[in-house]
Design a protein around this ligand. Sequence first.
Ligand SMILES: [Zn+2]
Ligand SMILES: [Zn+2]
Ligand SMILES: [Zn+2]
Length: 126
Amino acid sequence: MSKMHETPPDEGEAPAEDTPEASTSGWSAAPDGGRPQGSVCTHASTLTRPPSTVPSAVCPACVALGHDWVRLRRCVACGAVGCCDSSRGRHAHAHYEATGHPVVFSLAHDESWAWCYVDEVFLIEA
Ligand SMILES: [Zn+2]
Ligand SMILES: [Zn+2]
Ligand SMILES: [Zn+2]
């Protein structure tokens, strides 16, 4: 005849580690010295991770026109690719004006930020 006898450990159990849940969005407005009241983007919370870079991405509007572009932006809302404001066509901006999609990711290799046309702020991933 046996009787289970449980001996509680002397050392108190370590409290369960509180791992902070990764918030749905790690994006926030980049500091901007030109804005005394601070940069705020109401769209940052809607952003997801940037899509993997598309090496063969092109600005379709520029291709159609036979233009060159400087850098490419990718619309967060619909994935449309357009060229940056330093480019001749500024098609990312044109896309924003046509659709109201506020945020684009940079597709440039040396850039890892998003830009909000509405709030005019850079968004960086925390
Ligand atoms: Zn915004
Ligand atoms: Zn373009
Ligand atoms: Zn779009």
